[in-house]
Write a protein that binds this ligand. Structure first.
Ligand code: 5GP
Ligand code: ZN
Length: 139
């Protein structure tokens, strides 16, 4: 897609710091890292989000995530790796080309802002009624 930043990165029109590439996938360092090693994995074929991406590309991105998460563990001595993927401006997606964030937490680093929140028990009736609506859409 012509006006997509990540398509331009894949084409080499915008510079990036590559860590991995295969036939379907490109992975590079985020320029605004929220932790050391923050990596983005994208499909080479443009898709805006999880609703649009082809299953083969989705699978390729997440297989690459397994490989790259292993590399983060070894290269940075990461004790954990958070995988984050946003769909839609309402939940903070800024670049409208599917991307999976891999954010490692290395030994001694502060807790990641994306991986902890307060647990408050929900209303079980509401949880069950919402689940029924979702499940009905999957049939
Ligand atoms: P989103 O909120 O859409 O999930 O995150 C988009 C991510 O893309 C952000 O973390 C941002 O730092 C990163 N980003 C935006 N533009 C560029 C760019 O030109 N190069 C790189 N490497 N990362 C970018
Ligand atoms: Zn794109």
């Amino acid at each position: 897609m012509d006006d997509c930043i990540f398509c331009k990165i894949i084409k080499g029109e915008i510079p990036s710091t590559k860590v991995y590439e295969d036939g379907r996938v490109y992975a590079f360092m985020d320029i605004n890292p929220i932790a050391k090693g923050h990596t983005l994995i994208i499909p080479k074929t443009h898709a805006g989000n999880l609703w649009e991406i082809a299953p083969e590309d989705l699978s390729a991105v997440h297989s690459a995530a397994k490989t790259i998460a292993g590399a983060l563990q070894k290269a940075l001595d990461a004790e954990g790796v958070a995988c984050l993927q946003l769909n839609g401006r309402a939940v903070g997606q800024v670049v409208m080309h599917y991307h999976l964030h891999l954010v490692p937490r290395v030994k001694g680093a502060p807790e990641l802002p994306i991986s902890h929140w307060d647990l408050k028990p929900g209303d079980m009736k509401e949880i069950q009624s919402v689940a029924m609506k979702i499940a009905a859409e999957i049939q």
